[in-house]
Ligand binder design. Structure first.
Ligand SMILES: Nc1ncnc2c1ncn2[C@@H]1O[C@H](COP(=O)(O)OP(=O)(O)OP(=O)(O)O)[C@@H](O)[C@H]1O
Length: 322
């Protein structure tokens, strides 16, 4: 679909950020996020995620390039952008003596058209913790409070910087459901995360940053598509790797054996798995521990981070659009 048919709620063009000492944290990145999309910024530590998000939030001026949020410059036209955006920073930094309800009311006082605080606190699972002082909250509950405050103004655009750090598995799942519901309701979400399964399960599109540049971008499926799938199984006693049909004929592009466990890599998962199972049936074998799976975003991420680290020449900045 032509990009011009979408409304680009966030537009980033050749964005650069150089810190005082001359360090280039963001080195010319370009991407856009459409209305109702969940877009994830991934990256190794120090890749430039927070440096980028701060520019999108208008908290700092870019050294070069351009940012538009809802068609405005988030720094110089702050009054037009800020009431329509919700921001969840990595560290909320709220007065720890106030209760959850007092904190929410205080924050609501700064937001025009704020939602009822009780409703928003319930939405993030803090409905029963309203009288607890912030200093008594667990790390995960503080993240939920941060999220509640970001949602108070019923924002059109939500910036979430590592929203589920510190949350247990249940809390993470609940946050994902909430983000999905917001996105289905038309909220545009840009999130940074270290959890690859979070990006895989939540993001419509994502970009992997490495050393201030976009190393890969697209839908999770597009980013993982270049990586081989894996099949592993245990060879029965008395059988060896050489007893399998020629691996190249099975479409295998790489393999390793660890004792009796064999791991195959293939770009043709269905063909390789079918040929392997037909061979097992012909030979009358049961392949114990058989496991066949497509590449995960984690594998793609690790490969990209490794390749980008060893690349001699920086990749050219491009528009990455699904
Ligand atoms: N105020 C600053 N002055 C100088 N360098 C900075 C400053 N803030 C961040 N940096 C550097 O810029 C780079 C990018 O940092 P940033 O926090 O944007 O990365 P990140 O991708 O969010 O990392 P993390 O995943 O660890 O949070 C890092 O090398 C960091 O040390």
């Amino acid at each position: 679909m032509d990009n011009d048919e979408h409304e680009h709620v966030i537009e980033v063009t050749d964005l650069q950020r150089v810190y005082g000492g001359g360090f280039e944290a963001v080195r010319g990145i370009t991407f856009h996020v459409d209305r109702g999309e969940v877009f994830a910024l991934l990256g190794t530590n120090g890749a430039g995620k927070t440096s980028t998000v701060e520019l999108l939030e208008g908290l700092a001026a870019p050294t070069g390039g351009r940012v538009r949020v809802l068609g405005h410059d988030p720094r110089t036209e702050r009054a037009a952008v800020r009431p329509r955006t919700g921001v969840m920073l990595q560290e909320g930094g709220f007065p720890s003596e106030l209760t959850v309800a007092e904190t929410a009311r205080m924050w609501a006082g700064c937001v025009s058209g704020a939602r009822p605080t009780g409703e928003v606190l319930a939405r993030v699972g803090l409905g029963r913790r309203t009288d607890v002082r912030v200093k008594q909250l667990s790390g995960g509950e503080r993240r939920r409070l941060d999220l509640a405050l970001a949602l108070l103004g019923d924002p059109e655009v939500l910036f979430l910087d590592e929203p589920t750090t510190g949350l247990d598995a249940e809390g993470r799942r609940e946050t994902w459901e909430l983000v999905r519901a917001l996105s289905e309701g038309g909220t545009t979400v840009l999130l940074t995360t270290h959890y690859l399964e979070e990006a895989e399960g939540l993001a419509d599109r994502l970009a992997i940053l490495h050393e201030g540049r976009i190393a890969a971008a697209g839908t999770p499926a597009e980013v993982t598509a270049a990586q081989p799938s894996r099949i592993s199984f245990e060879l029965p006693d008395g059988y060896f790797l050489g007893d399998l049909p020629p691996l190249a004929a099975l479409g295998v592009c790489g393999h390793e054996a660890d004792g009796r466990v064999v791991r195959l890599r293939t770009h043709e998962l269905q063909r390789t798995a079918t040929e392997l199972l037909l061979w097992a049936r012909r030979t009358g074998l049961e392949l114990r521990g058989l496991d066949a799976r497509s590449a995960s975003l984690e594998e793609a991420f690790l490969t990209i981070a490794r390749e980008a680290s060893t690349a001699q020449e920086p990749t050219r900045t491009q528009e990455y659009a699904a």
